[in-house]
Design a protein around this ligand. Structure first.
Ligand code: ZN
Length: 46
């Protein structure tokens, strides 16, 4: 499964939601479902 380690929006560390399927950012409230993240969006921000 693909997942992000940092928020693509503000670069804070993402946290894993207790449901085990969602990652969220406590800084900007960005969230994403694990497995739906496109890796090319990471490259753009790095
Ligand atoms: Zn964020």
């Amino acid at each position: 499964m693909k997942h992000l380690e940092i928020c693509p929006n503000c670069h804070s560390k993402l946290k894993l939601h207790s449901d085990g399927e969602t990652q969220y950012c406590s800084t900007c409230e960005y969230w994403t479902k694990i497995g739906t993240v496109r890796l090319d969006s990471i490259m753009i921000y790095e």
